[in-house]
Design a protein around this ligand. Structure first.
Ligand SMILES: *Cc1c(COP(=O)(O)O)cnc(C)c1O
Length: 346
């Protein structure tokens, strides 16, 4: 059986031999005592890359988001986020279950404006409204197709937030991709936010881990919430060594992933009657829609593609997502597009 071309997610990458070597020789200690040298090194490095005072390790991006909410809100609060944000769609209702907050989704295409935030923020002096206390930006935006949120709008959003007394959180699981695509440094993208989350397990190709970065004070609070949720680990250096290796060796590969996504998208669009806005193909994610005129819906297409060795995600009844990453070549992306084109011509 041929190895499938797996475009379901950039999380499916396996550690390379060099990454495994870095993991096996990692210096480790008990991270709950702050004695894991590799994790301490990674935390200091990521804090510096993001231009923040401190950073703390978390086992997953989902937990990073939960901890951010608990750090910056109180139960009963309202959080403003982009429509179809990861926090609202992909975290099993964790915002409500773990932080007791409700999410108000605004904007379109993964983006909202500072003025839309102002309109969505509920006045504090009205007794029946929830308190709007946090705005969250997802950059790049997954369900919108990996789009980069324009930094001028980010600055307007965060200026409105400060004016209205809201805290600011950047879900930057794929901030590395946003930086590679926009050419803006990571610390520029992170600067306007109180807390920033990044992930090592997506495009960087490490087996796990995320980090929250912010002021020393906020990170100390985040660390308490992390421990309370059971997210503090022990000889975590095995994971941190993989993340350090990824920062050294895999960051430079991201523009290639983006180019591969572009080739896949253009080839698919040229060969099949799918709805695909090429303007959304800015990074490593391609989200496209199957018009009602096509016989196949998203789950039928993904099932048939699987039989032909191509894995994609049915993201909605007629919406499909493909993601490029370290473990797929240009040729494999071209072949995957051709398989989908052939299926859609049936
Ligand atoms: C993947 C992702 C997360 C969650 O990360 P996990 O490590 O899978 O829990 C959070 N936010 C965004 C935008 C993501 O893409």
């Amino acid at each position: 059986m041929l190895t499938p071309i797996d475009l379901r997610s950039d999380t499916v990458t396996r550690p390379t031999a060099a990454m495994r070597a870095a993991m096996s020789s990692a210096e480790v200690g008990d991270d709950q005592y702050g004695e894991d040298p590799s994790t301490n090194r990674l935390q200091a490095r990521v804090a510096e890359m993001l231009g923040k005072e401190a950073a703390v390790w978390l086992p997953s991006g989902t937990m990073a988001n939960q901890v951010a909410l608990r750090t910056l809100t109180r139960p009963g609060d309202e959080v403003v986020a982009s429509r179809e944000s990861h926090a609202a769609w992909h975290e099993v209702g964790g915002a409500a279950a773990n932080a007791g907050v409700q999410i108000h989704e605004i904007g379109r295409g993964g983006i909202f404006t500072g003025e839309e935030l102002r309109a969505a923020t509920k006045p504090r002096n009205f007794a029946i409204f929830p308190m709007t206390t946090l705005v969250q930006v997802e950059n790049t935006h997954n369900r919108a197709g990996g789009v980069v949120v324009p930094q001028p709008e980010v600055l307007r959003i965060c200026a409105v937030a400060r004016e209205l007394g809201l805290a600011t959180f950047l879900d930057g699981a794929r901030l590395w991709n946003a930086s590679a695509a926009s050419g803006l440094p990571l610390d520029t993208l992170a600067q306007p936010f109180d807390l920033v989350a990044v992930a090592f397990s997506k495009g960087l190709g490490a087996p796990g881990g995320s980090m929250l970065a912010g002021s020393k004070e906020l990170i100390a609070t985040a660390d308490r919430h992390r421990r309370r949720l059971g997210g503090a680990m022990r000889q975590n250096g095995i994971f941190s060594a993989a993340a350090l290796h990824a920062l050294d060796n895999h960051m430079a590969h991201l523009p290639e992933d983006h180019a591969h996504a572009r080739v896949f998208a253009e080839r698919l669009l040229a060969g099949a009657p799918v709805q695909l806005d090429l303007a959304t193909v800015q990074t490593n994610i391609v989200v496209f829609h199957l018009p009602a005129s096509l016989a196949l819906d998203a789950s039928a297409l993904s099932a048939l593609a699987r039989e032909r060795g191509v894995l994609v995600n049915a993201f909605g009844p007629r919406t499909v997502r493909a993601v490029t990453h370290l473990d797929v070549s240009l040729q494999q992306c071209e072949r995957a597009a051709d398989v989908l084109i052939a299926l859609l011509a049936m």
